[in-house]
Design a protein around this ligand. Structure first.
Ligand code: NAP
Length: 330
């Protein structure tokens, strides 16, 4: 019997692929850029498993081509690039890598919060370009983080990890979620509030919901208008959770003080995007989980999911267990 085939859409950190090669033929896309969509479709046609990144659109065309496909193992916790319903219909398992990137992503979200609040990147730029003329009592005044109110939208794993950091800064924590979390309320003193109240009362708003139809443009013009003029918005979730055009206008007109963004509606954000002309925004290139140790753990977890699926087991991080029963019945 021939070995199963696995297509990995980018070279993996820590190279855990030898484990895959023991049981399968493995092809790794050599480029730093994602494989073009046509190439992904072509590779899916010969694959039993795809190990994918958040930049790979796994749509009908890919899933239709993948007649032998058993699993799409996404190396990310978010999987909004995967049409999960379409995969489930075809009995194809979809997995993600939750948990292992929580603390690393929370570190980055908090770094953005601090950088935007205390104008760190702006200060660095000024220092390098001769803008530091002298000490002045009104030079580069920002917002205090300690003792401020933090509103967390989506108190899941990363939202909770951000809340834990906020406790160290003596922050008051408000949260909004579709589910209440009584344990977090008790342990972190987090208060559950409506989204509108959170936006109106928070000095910092940090977004940690997945991107889905219900969360697309969750923060738009109306929501931004509810925020304080001194408020800072942090988005380390997904770009499209925020209406970026509305955000740009709010920042430009100083209707909110600043933003820290790890994600954009279009990634990479075009260099001529008007957002990048503003001083009161800090933008990082989607590096929330980008630490050496975490990326290696994510790769390992995605590899493990593939191995489980190829053994006919239900992978631990399956997001569509229904696909497993469908496959069993088929
Ligand atoms: P998680 O543990 O699943 O947390 C997501 C939270 O959002 C859950 O509490 C969930 O509620 C809540 N939620 C879902 N839909 C909602 C809605 N419509 N309204 C309000 N709350 C809603 O996921 P996580 O590990 O914290 O990750 C969160 C997101 O961060 C990921 O989906 C990903 O897109 C993003 N992320 C970005 C980076 C980066 O590099 N910047 C890295 C990692 C993750 P329930 O408990 O009811 O499901």
């Amino acid at each position: 019997m021939s070995k199963p085939s696995i297509f990995v859409t980018r070279a993996l950190p820590g190279d855990p692929t030898p484990r895959l090669r023991e049981v399968a033929d493995v092809e790794i896309w050599p480029g730093d850029e994602p494989p073009p969509h046509g190439e992904l479709v072509r590779r899916a046609a010969d694959a039993d498993a795809l190990l994918t990144m958040l930049t790979d659109p796994i749509d009908d065309a890919v899933l239709d081509a993948g007649k032998r496909l058993r699993i799409v193992a996404q190396m990310a916790v978010g999987y909004d690039n995967v049409d999960v319903a379409a995969a489930t219909e075809r009995g194809i398992l979809v997995t993600n890598t939750p948990g292992v990137l929580t603390e690393t992503t929370a570190d980055l979200a908090f770094a953005l919060l601090l950088a935007a609040a205390r104008r760190i990147v702006e200060g660095d730029r000024l220092t390098r370009t001769g803008g530091w003329k002298s000490w002045h009592p009104s030079f580069l005044l920002g917002q205090d983080v300690h003792g401020a109110t933090l509103g967390i939208v989506g108190l899941g794993q990363i939202g909770l990890a951000v809340a834990r950091r906020a406790r160290g800064f003596d922050m008051r924590i408000l949260y909004h979620d579709r589910t209440r979390h009584p344990q977090a309320e008790a342990e972190l003193g987090a208060e559950y509030v409506s989204l509108d109240r959170l936006l109106g009362e928070s000095d910092f708003v940090s977004l940690h919901v997945p991107l889905a139809s219900q969360t697309r443009h969750l923060i738009g013009q109306r929501e931004l208008s509810l925020m304080k003029p001194s408020a800072v918005l942090v988005n380390a979730a997904r770009g499209a959770v925020v209406d970026q055009q509305a955000l740009c206008a709010a920042l430009k007109e100083r209707r909110i003080a600043a933003a820290g963004l790890d994600v954009a509606e279009i990634e990479p954000i075009p260099v001529d995007d008007p957002l990048l002309t503003l001083d009161n925004v800090v933008v990082t290139p989607h590096i929330g989980s980008a630490s050496v140790a975490t990326r290696a753990r994510m790769a390992e977890m995605a590899v493990e999911s593939v191995l489980q699926a190829l053994r006919g087991e239900l992978p631990s991080n399956c997001v569509n267990a229904e696909a497993f029963s469908r496959r069993k019945q088929a």
